[in-house]
Design a protein around this ligand. Sequence first.
Ligand code: CU
Length: 180
Amino acid sequence: MTSLPATLLIGLLIGGTTQNAAATQEANKAAQANPMARVVFVKLDDISNDHSVIKVSPGETVRFVVKNEGSYLHEFNIGTAVEQLEHQREMVGLFKSGILTPTGFSDKIVWRERSGMGDSNPPGIPEVIRATHTDANAIMIEPGTTKELVWTFNQQGALDFACTLPGHYQAGERGRFAGV
Ligand SMILES: [Cu+2]
């Protein structure tokens, strides 16, 4: 296994936005510390996932190491079919608002006002802010990069994995977990 920069793990530790994000985040933090977690390598391309079915066992913790070999931004999202659908809607919004682009996250320049100078001394100090989007159950993988998502299969019912970027799910960049 190739070694991964520590920064790749940061996304897992940042708060998500879904309802049960806190609980999921706690579970995944615990899972992160589990050195026995099975590793599953996943390769994404434009537009495909090299797995259609991933076999897991109930209660098992799996460390997904996901590499994006394509030239577009892709996602690896674990959830029910309904959650995948909801996330697709959210993604459309992120594209419309310009936070996401087909190849990654947008940068925007924010002008910080110099304190005490008021309007008399524009334009202040520029700062480049890179947009982010984090969910406890998903990772966004920029072209040419690899990220990890650790997941414990405690949930009852059918679970899928998918990229919910506009058009990607429809193009077949998705699959299902078998065994849970
Ligand atoms: Cu994709």
